[in-house]
Design a protein around this ligand. Structure first.
Ligand code: 0WK
Ligand code: 0WK
Ligand code: BGC
Ligand code: BGC
Length: 926
């Protein structure tokens, strides 16, 4: 017994010496806790560099967005194909994910070789080899009968702007096929599959193997938010907060980041830890200066590191009595699998002896102990370095979550971690030592990353089908240039029909005469009262005009809201005007005249009345029909001016001289023409939608006289009443029309104006929610509430400056609990609806300006449009899209748009002034 103790003491002493010898020789590879903490801190900084916009381009650790937003949530299901390329084995797999988690995931896989010539040959050949392997797998497993979704695990650094795209930044490990770097590998794969033919698959997602590993482990452990590969290469991914990922838009939620930590140190930050052996490895590699961290850690290089160390120590006589063999001099003869054998507790030394003899060496016992320790130092350094980098990631997650203690799971894969006898234990130990405030569960990814790739593909498939449903829904709102041309042509036909004597009465675009024969010429002057009814607000104004054009108009106004019950008053005759006017107008005017000390002056009044009126004179107009939110009974068909006069007379508190009734488009045109004489068109894109323009009297067949011009109020809101735009009206338009105060009427208006756009959006959102595409499929009472989605929300939601977060708060405010994806979809729906509205107005306007151009027999027309209305004013894109559409559809017209700063009240006053002049001129015989 004593002898045994003596022997083992003698032996351990021996061992000790060898170990010390190696420790001295490789002291640079033995990293202390402080050094590891330092490396961890450096990696932390590299992560931040990679995440920030400013420094990403020069960052060594690229922190690549993966467009994977969450780990599996159990809703994944279906049959998928997966390709796993880039690790030590190239695999093709079929993955069946059953609905109920209990059913687990069935997988069939086959490993295919990658001949050397494809690793270094032309990229297209490599991908054709992959496609051929896929084809033979499908044949062998009789899977080729239905189109299958495919997830592609591609274990190299790729820049991804979406889940099914990946531009290879640089090859690593032993791959360097030509013509791939800088290209979209998903496209290369799709092309190769097409070329090979007879492979019916949809490549829906591309993931890095770290992401695959994380998702695979995440399927069984929801806490898994980190994926680590320690195999041929090494890398890690983790779930980061979107607000920290500058490269991707949006601050909401989280996304998985592929760190590509293999490149840590490529910018020199690890130089003080890189030994001469590492430099040698790097210099002899296919990508010198690149992937320095990987070359200190991963399986492709660990064996070679040991060989170089043994070779050097042998040459220094520290090993094998200075004997060196050809095999030991030859690159790649000593592999990482040898290290795994050598470091086995049981039989490690025997394995060492055998392996060294296979390398043509004749090792002594000491040599074997020394070689075993060299392997330990090399593999231990690898585990330490991985632990240091992983500790940085774990600390970041803990801080992102503002937690004292983090509980999380790390999914791991790779042959080094799988096959090295001590590696996992060492890694776990050092990690827990470096970050004691992180309780980490390490899970080995049993089935490789394919399962994870299938999960990502399942989510991508769900998102893709959702995307398709949303695209199909919104496709109806995407008008093609041809369709817009047709709308322009049809609008032109209706303009003509409205002007023609025989078709005017039945025309859908009413083309109402306004008895305004010219735009202002600067001779107007005087003091006028103006009323402005029909837009968002009711305004009463006093306008002072001094002769001369620029800045010679003074205005004072007060704004009043019109209560709904008045807008849609029912019961005894004339009640609407009576109440509103008397109270509002009287109070305002008397209050104003008091303020101005002009109590008993009788001022001429211009009345902007923004509804279709059949005028027979400047101060005579029968209301054709209410539009927008108005529906007061007993008014349609009656002369509006008479009704107003009647209402005022009833109270007899003050007297008004109503000289003109004006449509808001005309008021707007006049207001703007006062600034720009080329302004001959008035456009309202507000609660309602309408346009007026100066038409040649000779074309207005139902009004006496062929000389000069008259402004025509087109009332294009009625366009479509004769079903000529049913081809572009969607079912949402019909629903909104059906739910409106005037079904069947104002169809064009209901596709273009502020009163209705929000409602169209709401109905689309309901539909998408019904299909489970939004708001988790829950249709809340709020969402069912008509009119809650006011058009102003479109303008806010579509503002570029608004982050998704703010979109969410608007939806929150509407009582719609939404996710980040929901906000993106809502923003898209708003965009589709408002874009169509602007395009339709553009097409209508193109018809008007081209008509004016032809009226004047011009090849080219220069003209200005005066515009008003909250939609045009407040919506971030409406005006631009409208202008672009006019430019495209009426290329021979140079059309300027000027905003009416002062509203149509000023225009009404100018018209009143012109009307008065006209009137007095008629009185005084020249
Ligand atoms: C198995 C995974 C694969 C990954 C590989 C890494 O399925 O995606 O690339 O692990 O380990 P390696 O094979 O390089 O040792
Ligand atoms: C302001 C004008 C008014 C017009 C309104 C239209 O002064 O006459 O009706 O614009 O815009 P809305 O208020 O309907 O958005
Ligand atoms: C690649 C990574 C990959 C890792 C593990 C590295 O060489 O750059 O994308 O995740 O190997 O396979
Ligand atoms: C009315 C027009 C008005 C337009 C803009 C439409 O509903 O019919 O007269 O110009 O709204 O306010």
């Amino acid at each position: 017994m004593f002898a045994v103790h003596l022997l083992s003491f003698y032996f351990s002493k021996l061992q000790e010496d060898q170990i010390k010898k190696v420790d001295r020789y490789l002291y640079a590879m033995r990293l202390s806790d402080d050094q590891l903490a330092d490396i961890s801190a450096r990696f932390r900084q590299e992560m931040e560099k990679g995440l920030s916009n400013e420094s990403n381009a020069t960052a060594a650790v690229k922190m690549l967005p993966t467009h994977v937003y969450s780990t599996p949530d159990g809703s994944e299901k279906g049959e998928f194909l997966a390709l796993d390329l880039g690790g030590s084995k190239f695999k093709v797999l079929q993955v069946k994910v059953s609905e109920d988690r209990k059913g687990k995931v069935q997988m069939e896989s086959e490993t295919f070789p990658i001949p050397e010539e494809f690793l270094n040959g032309r990229g297209t050949e490599l991908f054709e080899h992959v496609a051929e392997s896929l084809k033979s797998f499908l044949r062998k497993h009789h899977i080729n009968h239905t189109r299958k979704a495919l997830g592609f695990t591609f274990s190299f650094p790729c820049a991804q702007s979406k889940i099914d795209e990946g531009v290879l930044l640089s090859w690593s490990k032993n791959f360097k096929a030509r013509g791939v770097q800088g290209n979209n590998v998903v496209q290369l794969l799709r092309k190769a599959i097409q070329k090979v033919g007879d492979v019916d698959v949809d490549v829906l997602a591309m993931v890095n193997d770290t992401v695959g590993a994380m998702m695979t482990c995440g399927y069984d452990d929801q806490n898994c938010e980190v994926g680590v590969i320690i195999g041929t290469g090494t890398n890690a991914c983790y779930i980061e907060e979107m607000r920290h990922i500058d490269l991707v838009e949006g601050d909401e939620g989280r996304m998985c980041i592929n760190t590509e930590w293999g490149a840590f140190g490529d910018d020199g930050v690890l130089d003080d830890f890189i030994t001469s052996f590492d430099r040698e490895i790097d210099a002899a590699s296919i990508n010198p200066g690149k992937q320095l961290f990987e070359k200190m850690v991963s399986g492709m290089y660990m064996g070679e590191l040991v060989r170089l160390i043994l070779l050097k120590m042998a040459k220094k006589g520290l090993l094998f009595r200075g004997q060196v063999s050809d095999a030991l001099r030859t690159k790649g003869t000593f592999q990482t699998k040898h290290i795994c054998l050598i470091e086995q507790y049981k039989g490690g030394l025997e394995n060492t002896k055998e392996i060294l003899e296979d390398l043509g060496l004749n090792p002594s016992e000491d040599d074997c102990i020394a070689v075993q320790h060299v392997c330990t130092i090399v593999s231990f350094r690898s585990a330490n370095l991985v632990a240091a980098a992983l500790a940085a990631i774990l600390t970041r997650i803990r801080e992102n979550k503002k937690l004292k203690t983090l509980r999380t799971t790390v999914g791991v894969d790779g042959t080094v971690y799988r096959t090295h006898p001590q590696y996992p234990k060492r890694l776990h130990k050092v990690v827990r030592h470096l970050v004691p405030d992180c309780h980490v569960r390490f899970v080995l990814s049993e089935s490789g990353s394919a399962k994870g790739a299938a999960m990502v593909t399942a989510v991508a498939q769900r998102l893709a089908s959702q995307r398709k449903e949303i695209d199909d829904t919104l496709a109806a709102f995407a008008l093609s240039p041809t369709q817009l041309q047709e709308v322009k042509a049809k609008m032109r036909v209706e303009l003509e029909r409205g002007l023609k004597k025989d078709s005017h009465p039945t025309a859908s675009v009413k083309m109402l005469p306004t008895y305004v024969y010219r735009t202002p010429d600067g001779t107007e002057r005087g003091k006028y009262l103006a009323l402005d009814l029909g837009g968002t607000n009711f305004r009463v104004l006093v306008v002072k005009i001094r002769t001369g054009m620029r800045n010679s108009v003074r205005m004072y106004n007060k704004i009043y809201a019109i209560p709904l019950e008045i807008m849609q008053g029912t019961g005894e005759e004339y009640n609407m005007f009576t109440i509103i006017i008397l109270y509002k107008l009287r109070n305002c005017i008397s209050d104003f005249l008091d303020y101005m000390g002009m109590k008993n002056t009788r001022l001429p009044l211009g009345f902007t009345f923004s509804f279709p009126c059949n005028q027979t004179g400047i101060d005579k107009g029968d209301l054709v029909c209410w539009t927008k939110g108005f529906k007061a009974t007993e008014c349609e068909g009656y002369d509006v001016v008479d009704m107003l006069r009647e209402a005022i007379k009833r109270r007899n508190e003050f007297d008004l001289d109503i000289v003109a009734i004006v449509n808001d488009t005309v008021g707007t045109m006049m207001t703007c023409a006062y600034e720009d004489p080329k302004c001959q068109i008035g456009l309202i894109a507000g609660t309602g939608s309408n346009v007026c323009y100066m038409e040649e009297m000779k074309n207005i067949e139902f009004v006496e006289g062929d000389e000069g011009q008259m402004c025509v109020n087109t009332e294009w809101g009625g366009f479509g009443a004769n079903d000529n735009i049913e081809d572009i009206r969607t079912r949402y338009d019909r629903e909104v029309d059906g739910g409106s105060l005037n079904p069947g009427k104002q169809r064009f208006e209901k596709m273009t104006s502020g009163m209705y756009l929000g409602e169209i959006v709401r109905r689309i959102l309901i539909d998408l929610t019904k299909h489970g595409l939004l708001f988790r499929g829950r249709i809340t009472e709020r969402l069912k509430t008509k009119g809650i989605f006011e058009t102003k929300f479109l303008s806010q939601i579509e503002s570029d400056r608004l982050a998704l977060l703010q979109v969410r708060s608007i939806l929150q405010h509407l009582g719609l609990d939404s996710t980040c994806d929901d906000s993106i979809i809502v923003k898209e729906v708003c965009g589709a609806v408002s874009r169509r509205a602007a395009q339709l107005c553009g097409a209508g306007m193109a018809a008007v300006v081209d008509k004016i151009r032809e009226n004047r027999g011009l090849d080219n027309l220069e003209i200005t449009v005066g515009v008003d209305g909250t939609l045009y004013k407040l919506h971030p894109h409406f005006s631009t899209i409208l202008k672009d559409t006019v430019r495209e559809l009426a290329p021979n017209c140079k059309v300027d748009f000027i905003l009416s700063e002062d509203g149509s009240g000023k225009g009404a006053a100018l018209i009143t002034a012109v009307a008065q002049q006209h009137y007095t001129d008629k009185q005084e015989p020249h």
